[in-house]
Design a protein around this ligand. Structure first.
Ligand SMILES: *[C@@H]1O[C@H](CO)[C@@H](O)[C@H](O)[C@H]1NC(C)=O
Ligand SMILES: *[C@@H]1O[C@H](CO)[C@@H](O)[C@H](O)[C@H]1NC(C)=O
Ligand SMILES: *[C@@H]1O[C@H](CO)[C@@H](O)[C@H](O)[C@H]1NC(C)=O
Length: 306
């Protein structure tokens, strides 16, 4: 009789074990090794990242990925003259603002490097940018009377404003020094031809770039310092819009850098993320869990029947 009792008691023990096994199993698929497909994020540090920019390699448009990268939570723009941090992006006006650490502002002036925008890239200077050259030598080509490169009219009040800043001592001048070594630079620029502020050639020690007065033209501490760039906003295609509508990120893949829609749950597609089971609701994991639990109950039945 004891033998019968024990043989009668084994199915419940097995059932319990099996149930546990299948209850814990569903956690395995969610921790499997992800496929080697780029992942894209909505943010880089504090900045919202949208097409044509990308947070990671393979995200955004390849023409932009060459110049803009997210490194250690900072969006950086590289040009022939250096790497600048992107402090803001306005997607409605297709403009972004760069900060050059060596550029002068009212609070801090120092010797700057040059600034160059290569020709043929998808960026151009915004029309509201004003470049002010500081500490230029008397023999500087900007003062060539035949060239007319400096705004000597209304530009003079910008020079006076900058030379009234305490930071001016950083370039070896006294506050309110004569503005004869300052130039509000306005060379003729052809659209798409690039831009090069070559300080050694211009014989100036520093430059200031500003894109607005911050509401007060008389207070240079409030002026908006930075280099504002416009970007070519005609990269959006219907394929990319459809990819975004399915919760994916527009990106690129392969040697030809062809369009690739990168899905949030993982994986990529040449079109969009619809019907791939892992659009953004995240329900795909539940589906797998249900399938496995269902399979488990079936197996349990088979075992019990045996
Ligand atoms: C994010 O923004 C906050 C507040 O504007 C600022 O204090 C912080 O330094 C920023 N962080 C980065 C990584 O830019
Ligand atoms: C902007 O980009 C589009 C698409 O790549 C290109 O056809 C067009 O020539 C570009 N426009 C300018 C002004 O560079
Ligand atoms: C998906 O990404 C991989 C890795 O980047 C790439 O090799 C592949 O071509 C991509 N496939 C599609 C359909 O974009």
């Amino acid at each position: 009789m004891p033998a019968t009792t024990s043989s009668c008691s084994w199915p419940p023990a097995w059932t319990w074990l099996l149930l546990n096994f299948f209850l814990f199993l569903p956690k395995i698929p969610s921790s499997h090794v992800p496929p080697i497909v780029p992942t894209c994020r909505d943010k880089c540090g504090n900045l919202t990242i949208k097409y044509p920019f990308g947070s990671d390699f393979g995200c955004g448009h390849p023409d932009f990925a060459r110049y803009i990268k997210c490194t250690s939570g900072e969006l950086r723009f590289s040009s022939g003259t250096g790497i600048y941090s992107v402090s803001s992006i306005d997607y409605t006006t297709a403009t972004l603002v760069l900060t050059d650490l060596f550029m002068s502002t009212c609070s801090s002036m120092q010797n700057s490097g040059s600034f160059r925008l290569d020709r043929g890239n998808p960026f151009t200077l915004s029309s509201q940018d004003t470049f002010i050259l500081l500490g230029c030598s008397r023999t500087s080509p900007v003062f060539d009377p035949n060239e007319d490169l400096c705004d000597t009219g209304s530009g003079l009040h910008l020079c006076r404003g900058m030379y009234s800043c305490e930071g001016v001592t950083g370039i070896g001048l006294e506050p309110n020094a004569p503005v004869s070594s300052c130039c509000v630079y306005q060379p003729v620029i052809d659209f798409g031809s690039g831009y090069w502020l070559d300080l050694p050639k211009l014989q100036c020690s520093s430059y200031v770039s500003m894109y607005g007065f911050g509401g007060d033209e008389t207070d240079p501490m409030k002026w908006q310092f930075g280099i504002s760039l416009e970007y070519n906003n005609s990269y959006y295609t219907d394929t990319c819009k459809s990819c975004e509508a399915s919760g994916g990120f527009c990106g690129f893949a392969g040697l030809t850098q062809s369009f690739s829609c990168i899905c949030r749950g993982g994986g990529n597609s040449t079109t969009n993320c619809f019907g791939r089971g892992y659009a953004w609701s995240g329900t795909w994991r539940h589906k797998i869990q249900t399938k496995i639990s269902f399979g488990g109950i079936l197996l349990l039945w088979v075992v019990l029947l045996l």
